[in-house]
Design a protein around this ligand. Structure first.
Ligand code: F6R
Length: 604
């Protein structure tokens, strides 16, 4: 995965602006970067391996001349993260510059064809074929835009592309299955993989769709369908995310900032328009068979939701990891199937494949996502935006709790629709949901220091075990994922202790129990005792004042009493997010940049 950004200004120098915008896209990739500008009929380019700061310190990205330019921050997919493989990529004569996010599946055959015609390739990337293809079509007599269109028609795979040409006061952009947005500013036109990139400069945004090509000039844009060249008319939308929302606001890392944003995000989720939740509840009610499909953290939200649907609405469902969906359920799908896909980005390749497959077999598609205009929103019959605002930290935190809040609201609606929850009970549950943002704020205020101390004490441990039952099995899984993802400590998550776990546990093991006051509590206390006997250190998350837990656990993180077990996953995940964060920091790692991971997995 990579981030692309660029701009064509009416006046002024574009390079510092592209450098600044690239910094806000680093969450999409950070192994190499580059910028190309066009000035007085020439392309200028700087690129190298390393983070944007490192490359800037070496090369000074700000002094490239011109008011037109494109930039790229890379997460290697084809070719190692080296200077030569960094984007932009040029044609043979250095007159075409291309930045790309995605994968061109047929690049090898295109490269062979172009090499046979005499084109010389500098890199090992799939992207470079685009520059040479455009060059080739222009050499054949086509104008810049027409050549881009013909080149793009030859590509198989996914792309968000931007192309510069020496002597052309225009940028050509195109999109298929990789996100691409345009920004309409008073001082010029912008494009980027994601809105925060240009948010300080404009909040007037046009979301490009698959199969579209846009020509940007300093005063506007024209979008056309690549296949039939028909004109697309699409007005910009105003985005109400502030620039502050997309920056760190004084926190050392985006992840910590986003953990602290949760009370506000949770409040926002409670201000959703009821009409879409109501409509979604109707589809869920009538589904013959219901699948909850997602990856990673979003899958854990689905797992929790299956308990919510079952307990609040007597609605059975299958939570499925998206990459397994087609194998496991492909043959059984049909018109009676409903897929509720949950994806923060709305662009995760496995989730989209599962959804497209189900849609082709007449299944009803519903979506929960954080990105309006994402592919998932276009595939879904009904979608609900989870209202978290942009999440820059690679590890999902606020988007998880927002998903849980939206899905809990949905479960309550479904329960009421199916007559399983009375009105009074429904309203009480809603009132509690409204208290959760304050409860979360209180946990952050009162428990962060304690969790920081725990992280200090246990950061050197070589294994962790997370145990949670019922709906908090999802909490255990998510706590484990966070720790594994950003602190790289081998960890397991269990719903109940199985015999073989005891072979794993020794004096160096930290066992984290999610133990609210519910009907699993006794069993969990027994299991804490068993693990303590074999030497594990026990950290328990438990309800304020639970003396029995305090007797057996080495450390207890006290959490407020909740009226219903089903409402505990949001407050109980917060200390585990903090534990992962501070453990990562203690280990000298950067929690915002886990190795081998990018924010959105848009390729399979
Ligand atoms: C974990 C994480 C990933 C994502 C997963 C799904 O912290 O960020 O595991 O949860 O890649 O992403 P979305 O929700 O965008 O489909």
């Amino acid at each position: 995965m990579c981030g692309i950004v660029g701009c064509i200004l009416k006046v002024g120098s574009v390079a510092p602006l592209i450098h600044d915008s690239l910094k806000r896209l680093e969450y999409r990739g950070y192994d190499s970067c580059g910028v190309a500008t066009m000035d007085r009929g020439r392309i200028y380019m700087k690129k190298d391996s390393g983070s944007i700061d490192e490359v800037h310190a070496r090369l000074n990205l700000d002094d490239l001349p011109g008011r037109i330019g494109v930039g790229h921050t890379r997460w290697a997919t084809h070719g190692a993260p080296t200077q030569v493989n960094a984007h932009p990529h040029l044609d043979c004569k250095g007159r075409i510059a291309v930045v790309h996010n995605g994968i061109i599946e047929n690049f090898a055959e295109l490269r062979r064809e172009l090499e046979e015609k005499g084109h010389r390739f500098a890199s090992k990337t799939d992207t470079e074929v685009v520059a040479h293809l455009v060059e080739d079509y222009m050499a054949g007599g086509l104008g810049f835009v027409e050549a881009c269109r013909e080149a793009i028609k030859r590509l198989r795979g996914s792309y968000a592309l931007a192309i510069l040409c020496a002597g052309e006061e225009r940028i050509v952009c195109a999109r298929k299955e990789s996100p691409l947005v345009l920004g309409v500013g008073a001082d010029g036109m912008y494009f980027a993989s994601d809105i925060p990139a240009f948010l300080p400069y404009t909040n007037r945004v046009v979301v490009m769709e698959d199969g579209e090509l846009a020509v940007l000039t300093d005063s506007g844009y024209e979008i056309r369908r690549i296949d039939d060249w028909s004109l697309v008319s699409r007005e910009p939308k105003l985005i109400d995310w502030s620039v502050d929302m997309a920056e760190k606001q004084g926190y050392p890392h985006f992840m910590l900032k986003e953990i602290h944003e949760q009370p506000r995000c949770l409040r926002d989720t409670l201000r959703l328009q009821p009409v879409y939740l109501d409509l979604m509840a109707k589809f869920l009610d009538r589904a013959q068979e219901l699948f909850l499909v997602a990856c990673g953290t979003s899958y854990h939200a689905c797992l929790a939701t299956s308990y919510l649907f079952s307990k609040l609405a007597c609605r059975g469902s299958h939570p499925v990891i998206a990459s397994e969906f087609i194998q496991n359920y492909g043959n059984t799908l049909g018109i009676g199937s409903t897929v509720l896909a949950v994806s923060q980005s709305g662009e995760t390749a496995d989730t989209l494949s599962a959804v497209s497959y189900a849609k082709d077999r007449a299944a009803t598609i519903l979506g929960i996502t954080n990105v309006v205009g994402s592919t998932l929103t276009r595939l879904a019959r009904v979608y609900v935006c989870q209202q978290s605002g942009p999440e820059i930290g690679v590890a999902a935190t606020k988007t998880y709790t927002s998903q849980l809040s939206v899905l809990t609201q949905l479960a309550i609606k479904l329960g009421m629709l199916r007559g399983k929850i009375g009105h009074v009970e429904g309203e009480e549950l809603h009132e509690w949901l409204w208290r959760i943002p304050d409860i979360t704020a209180e946990i952050l205020d009162s428990r962060e220091k304690q969790v920081m101390e725990l992280a200090k004490r246990y950061a050197g441990s070589d294994k962790f075990l997370f145990v949670g039952r019922g709906i908090n099995y999802a909490t255990a899984m998510e706590g484990r994922l966070k720790l594994l993802e950003i602190a790289y400590i081998p960890s397991l998550a269990y719903a109940g202790l199985e015999d073989h776990v005891f072979g794993f546990v020794d004096g160096g093991t930290i066992a984290v129990f999610i133990c609210p006051n519910n009907n699993s509590r006794k069993v969990l206390i027994d299991e804490m005792n068993l693990l303590r006997d074999v030497g594990a250190n026990i950290i328990a998350l438990a309800e304020e004042g639970d003396v029995e837990v305090a007797e057996v656990a080495d450390d207890v993180v006290w959490l407020p009493a909740m009226p219903l077990d089903l409402l505990t996953p949001i407050p109980y995940i917060v200390p585990l997010q903090l534990l992962a964060y501070y453990t990562s920091v203690e280990r000298g790692l950067n929690p915002d940049r886990p190795r081998n991971l990018a924010k959105s997995v848009t390729v399979k």
